[in-house]
Design a protein around this ligand. Structure first.
Ligand code: ATP
Length: 449
């Protein structure tokens, strides 16, 4: 029985090796890639001619190898992207090489079949990860080691927050909020959006405790951001859409005051002054502010036709306008907008906010369409199902990273010295409806101008 299992595993291995050899998917990685292009239909036939991808350059790095290809006419980058799993599987199939020690170490217990299978799979497959990108040529990066599935919180520097580790041998990517003030993140539930918000807030408090001002909107019922409610850096916090409107309009007022202050100094932008403060308006689950989803659409009006109570729809539309204004005008005034959503569909992230966010991050999503909502490109649907694994995109550059996981102790240790008073209600709820309407009118004018 044992002999049978062993021999069938061994002969299975030999058969697979023979099959791969026959197919020509043996050899080194560049030979394998060429063959995989061919067997997966990426070559182009024109009459008697077959056009193949041409290897232009091969660069060896300490993390692995980069191949640059000129692709044949009639093929697009998307054709290659669609075959990424074929490439991955093909590159990770390697030669058969059980040795005597491995056979000696095999546990001959009741799980012998499983033990042989494990050894077989381990020996027949590699763990290389690959990445495709396009810059006029097809770039294929083959990494020797997989990216870790969990890394701890990493300290930032100044306004730069450590967003994650790349595959390039422990290289850390920092997001610089001075360079990319607005930021959008998305992804399916439980892949790490709120964790990243906690990473950002903690890093900013650690590095810029006297200059960072937080305007927090936690539409997940307060479970994620309530820890920060009583620290001195928190200007306002909201847990409901009505409160979100107040927090946003308060932040907008502050932004206008800052504009006047900067103008009085004879400067055009905050970076030209010695004003250190920077305001971060952070919304966890911006999808809750989507006007399209509003149930109540009828405003309450007085006899003169003035709105005395906004409907849910009007309220959310106003929130959308405020977000758009902050994203559009805020960067030179020191106001930064951070939006997170797990519902990356349609217009959930206001267009102006997207257009003014040069940096975006997307965890795994269900479809290419969802990936496009966050990144404007597909790709996040192909991420492996690993929490914290994301595509980080700045302008034209995109990279796959593992976001650090922050633990509760690091958050608590960071905020403890800054707690001012327990139970302070910081929601900006002191505006009258008249003041709100005035604010809406100002917004309308700015929007039209
Ligand atoms: N960077 C990370 N590395 C490893 N594990 C992570 C990481 N981020 C989050 N996780 C794990 O995933 C769980 C969910 O994370 P988080 O609450 O941030 O997800 P989310 O995307 O905000 O989900 P939801 O939208 O449902 O609130 C966490 O409890 C944590 O265990």
């Amino acid at each position: 029985m044992i002999f049978e299992a062993l021999t069938s595993a061994i002969f299975g291995g030999l058969a697979l090796k023979a099959h791969l050899k026959k197919e020509g998917i043996g050899g080194n990685d560049s030979q394998k890639i060429q063959k995989l292009f061919s067997v997966s239909g990426l070559n182009v036939k024109d009459g008697n001619q077959t056009y193949t991808s041409q290897l232009i350059r091969k660069i060896n790095h300490d993390w692995g190898t980069e191949y640059k290809y000129r692709i044949p006419r009639g093929r697009s980058f998307e054709d290659y992207e669609a075959k990424i799993n074929v490439l991955k599987a093909g590159l990770n199939t390697k030669g058969y090489k059980f040795n005597l020690k491995q056979l000696k170490d095999l546990k001959f217990d009741k799980n012998i079949i499983e033990n042989i299978k494990d050894l077989y799979v381990k020996e027949m497959t590699d763990n290389k990860e690959i990445e495709l990108s396009w810059d006029g040529m097809l770039n294929i990066r083959v990494y020797n080691e997989p990216l870790p599935t969990e890394i701890p919180f990493i300290k930032g520097t100044g306004w730069k927050v450590a967003f994650g580790m790349t595959r390039e041998k422990n290289k850390i990517i920092y997001h610089d909020f001075e360079e990319f003030p607005n930021f959008v993140e998305g992804g399916t539930a439980r892949y790490g959006k709120s964790n990243l918000i906690n990473v950002i807030i903690t890093s900013l408090i650690q590095q810029k405790r006297n200059s960072v001002k937080l305007h927090l909107i936690d539409l997940k019922g307060g479970i994620e951001l309530c820890d920060y409610a009583n620290i001195k850096q928190c200007v306002n916090i909201a847990y409901e859409p009505e409160e979100a409107y107040k927090v946003l309009s308060n932040a907008y007022d502050e932004m206008k005051k800052m504009q006047t202050r900067i103008r009085k100094l004879g400067k055009k932008k905050i970076q030209d002054t010695n004003i250190q403060e920077r305001h971060f308006i952070i919304i966890d689950e911006v999808g809750e502010l989507n006007p399209e989803e509003a149930v109540d659409k009828k405003d309450e009006k007085d006899t003169a036709g003035n709105i005395i109570k906004m409907s849910e729809k009007t309220l959310k539309l106003e929130c959308k306008k405020l977000m758009s204004q902050i994203a559009r005008l805020g960067s030179g005034l020191g106001f930064r907008l951070i939006l997170a959503t797990q519902y990356p569909t349609g217009d959930i992230v206001p267009r102006q906010c997207k257009q003014n966010s040069d940096a975006k991050l997307c965890f795994r999503v269900q479809s290419g369409t969802a990936s496009k909502v966050v990144l404007d490109e597909t790709g996040a649907e192909d991420l492996p199902p690993i929490r914290g694994r994301a595509i980080y995109q700045m302008a034209e550059k995109r990279v796959i990273i593992q976001v650090p996981k922050i633990d509760d102790k690091t958050i608590q240790d960071t905020i403890k010295p800054h707690i001012v008073k327990k139970g302070v209600n910081k929601i900006a709820n002191n505006k009258t409806d008249g003041e709100r309407r005035k604010n809406i009118a100002v917004l309308e004018r700015t929007r039209l101008s």
